[in-house]
Design a binder for this molecule. Structure first.
Ligand code: SF4
Length: 432
């Protein structure tokens, strides 16, 4: 146990990480060119199940306020923007992504990674989180961007399948989005071009699903929470593009090689856990190190499915591009699913990815994720007998992270797991 308490830092930077930096750097340069030289029309969208393929079919530039907000947190510059939004009247309790974004929007839209262009279209894909609606309505009020709210029915009832009427309802709205894109971009809709983009998304999603299945191996070749976020950026910002496709080919090859070599992100994998909830972006490194020192590796995470759930069988279909974009928005992303479906997803991860425990990171800002997580802990601990730890901080606001408190809870949890493991091993030894 003394050995476990020593700090283990992950320093791995493979080809995938370098390529990610390069292509994401180019993506942000493109945003700056659009903002400063008027080169291209920007479309604001949300991450959860979005129709980026349509936007790319008109050569418009997808811009994600959520990604901009999280980048501000990672670069540790979010707090002044959050406070600016609070001075404007946004409450302490509002989602801090919204506040960081709104504060940045009213501060010249300049960030350490890009200058964010003004939107030509504000395309709110209302998938699960009602904050999306108000956030994008506010952005429409602060700019001249045209607002379109995509109304995606929440999956409800006995079946977790969207009905034919649900698909038609969404496809009709996508057709209206096509009309808006034609008007704003001045380009005619090219169905064959959309099919080509959707076909790249299909290949990308398939490779991402294969990558995620690799963490069933012991040791897991990468951390499905902390390293997945490296892959999530290209998955969301560059899905449907050639660069995005090349990135996933490289990532898959690299991860398969690591499996062959029996390599993982830590010198020794001692615990495997599933993690629920978004990360504390301002303290990502510190948070990771608190698990690494126990040899604990995340083998699956719900957060890596906010933008899409590819590992359970979804694939975009270039023969039915609009219908498959609709299916992605309706069914195949975490945020449009019920809490019971999330339980099922996590339980599957624990069983099929051979995890020892569940960690819930509850974030103050995000009610979509955190509402009901107390019950979730009870269910997994008491009904299913899965050791479950709940820790709290925030996705964006550095004022809600207490490293000492976090450390105490994580250490106590893994000490107990370590003890149970020793007892099991000694019982197995006696039986032999
Ligand atoms: S509440 Fe959560 S899901 Fe909704 S916008 Fe904020 S961070 Fe995103």
């Amino acid at each position: 146990m003394a050995q476990a308490a020593e700090a283990v830092k992950t320093t791995y930077q493979g080809q995938m990480h370098l390529l990610q930096k390069e292509i994401m750097g180019k993506y942000f340069e493109r945003l700056t060119r659009a903002a400063e030289q008027g080169d291209g029309k920007a479309v604001y969208m949300l991450i959860s199940g979005n129709p980026v393929e349509l936007v790319l079919a008109f050569d418009m530039i997808p811009v994600y306020p959520e990604i901009n907000a999280l980048q501000l947190a990672v670069k540790k510059v979010a707090l002044p923007f959050i406070q600016k939004a609070e001075e404007m009247g946004y409450s302490m309790d509002n989602c801090a992504y919204v506040k960081a974004d709104v504060g940045m929007f009213h501060s010249g839209r300049k960030t350490p990674f890009a200058t964010i262009p003004l939107p030509s279209l504000i395309l709110c894909n209302y998938v699960g989180c009602n904050v999306y609606l108000q956030w994008f309505e506010h952005l429409a009020e602060y700019s001249d961007g045209e607002l379109y709210n995509l109304d995606i029915p929440f999956l409800h009832g006995e079946s977790d399948e969207p009905s034919a009427a649900d698909i038609t309802y969404v496809v009709r709205q996508l057709e209206e989005v096509i009309e808006a894109c034609e008007r704003i971009s001045g380009k005619k809709f090219d169905y064959a071009k959309l099919q080509q983009i959707v076909s790249r998304s299909a290949e990308t999603g398939e490779m991402w699903a294969k990558i995620k299945a690799l963490t069933k191996n012991t040791p897991s070749p990468f951390d499905a929470y902390f390293d997945s976020v490296t892959m999530m950026a290209p998955l969301y910002c560059l899905r449907g593009t050639e660069e995005g496709l090349r990135f996933f080919e490289t990532a898959l090859k690299e991860m398969e090689e690591k499996v062959e070599l029996g390599m993982g992100p830590l010198p020794e994998e001692r615990f495997r856990f599933v993690i629920e909830g978004p990360p504390p972006w301002p303290y990502l490194r510190q948070f990771r190190d608190l698990f690494s020192k126990w040899g604990a590796v995340a083998v699956a995470s719900t957060y890596s499915t906010v933008g899409g759930l590819w590992e359970f069988g979804f694939k975009h279909d270039s023969n039915h591009p609009l219908e498959s974009i609709a299916a992605h928005m309706l069914k195949w992303n975490l945020t449009n699913r019920s809490f019971l479906q999330r339980y099922e997803q996590i339980h599957r991860y624990v069983k099929e990815w051979h995890a020892d425990a569940l960690v819930i990171h509850s974030v103050k800002s995000c009610r979509l994720f955190s509402a009901g997580q107390g019950d979730m802990r009870e269910h997994f601990t008491k009904d299913l007998g899965i050791p479950t730890l709940l820790v709290e901080s925030d996705i964006e606001d550095p004022r809600y992270f207490s490293e000492a408190q976090m450390k105490n809870r994580i250490d106590a949890f893994f000490e107990s797991l370590e003890h149970q493991k020793m007892l099991r091993e000694s019982a197995q030894g006696d039986a032999r």
